[in-house]
Design a protein. Structure first.
Length: 293
């Protein structure tokens, strides 16, 4: 069993990006600039945004954090999105989700200029992804592809089961694993809360990508010997063993599943760090105007 070390891979990629940025700036080019909008004080969102700001520093990017209180109006937020769309110095920006209930997330996503949508959530980027055109790929699926690539995991002709059908992970992941490329060329089955025979589907899979948000859902009896298991889950559960009072749990019963796997990602330290570094790569592409001129 090989443990897929997302932390080590992400550190390596940040170094690669920093080197490239150094070269761009040395040749008189513009330093990539990522902006982030954070609404309210959600613990998870605060942590993610802090990690993104730190990653920007490591990559040599310029970063801006724009904060609003929970009671910001939708109109005010949409105006800020419009300002960032027009700001020539900002190459890419994100609006950290989830947003308060009185704000339409979809409306905000669609208001972002797709050429600056480094989260890859805009319908134009999603549509281009589905037909294999260059685009900003949403960060978590893109990070998973990079792990498969760096660990040289064979995907062509393999059966891949994606657990979950979210717009952020499940759907784009399935589309990417089907594409005529490496990693890709897999036969993909998407399972979700209405799937009648999830255990049987998983049992036949060469690759399982679990993104359900249900702690320890994937049990050892659902996994065949030698399978590759990618765990996207990050559910905070109370714990007396940690200083913070909670512990992150993945969607996979790691302790019992790991011995059966050829490759497996841990939680934390697997997919998580790759999500942030994928956002950095999209920002670099935005800065270089490599996808959209």
């Amino acid at each position: 069993m090989t443990l897929i070390d997302g932390k080590a891979v992400s550190t390596q990629i940040k170094k690669e990006i920093a080197e490239e940025v150094k070269e761009i700036v040395a040749k008189g080019g513009k330093r990539p600039h990522l902006a982030a909008i954070l609404v309210g004080h959600d613990g998870g969102s605060e942590t993610y945004v802090a990690s993104k700001v730190k990653a920007c520093e490591a990559c040599g990017f310029k970063s801006s954090l724009i904060r609003y209180e929970e009671d910001v109006t939708e109109k005010e937020l949409l105006q800020k999105v419009e300002d960032l769309n027009k700001d020539a110095d900002v190459d890419g920006f994100i609006v950290q989700l989830p947003l308060p209930k009185h704000i339409s997330e979809q409306k905000v996503i669609e208001a972002i200029d797709y050429r600056k949508d480094v989260d890859g959530f805009h319908p134009i980027n999603v549509g281009r992804l589905s037909i294999g055109l260059p685009c900003y790929i949403s960060a978590t699926p893109n990070g998973i592809l990079e792990l498969l690539r760096r660990y040289k995991i064979e995907t062509s002709g393999k059966k891949c089961v994606v657990l979950g059908r979210s717009n952020i992970v499940g759907k784009p992941m399935a589309a990417l694993m089907m594409q005529k490329a490496y990693p890709g060329n897999a036969t993909v089955t998407v399972c979700h809360s209405r799937t009648a025979n999830i255990a049987e589907e998983c049992k036949t899979a060469d690759i399982i990508i679990a993104a359900l948000g249900q702690p320890e859902f994937v049990k050892a009896e659902m996994v065949k010997e030698g399978a590759v298991v990618i765990d996207v889950g990050t559910t905070r559960l109370p714990s007396t063993k940690t200083k913070s009072g909670f512990k992150l749990h993945g969607d996979v019963d790691f302790e019992n599943v790991a011995p059966k796997c050829s490759f497996i990602t841990p939680v934390p330290g697997g997919v998580g760090p790759m999500t942030i570094v994928s956002l950095m790569r999209n920002t670099l592409l935005a800065g270089k105007k490599e996808i959209y001129k």
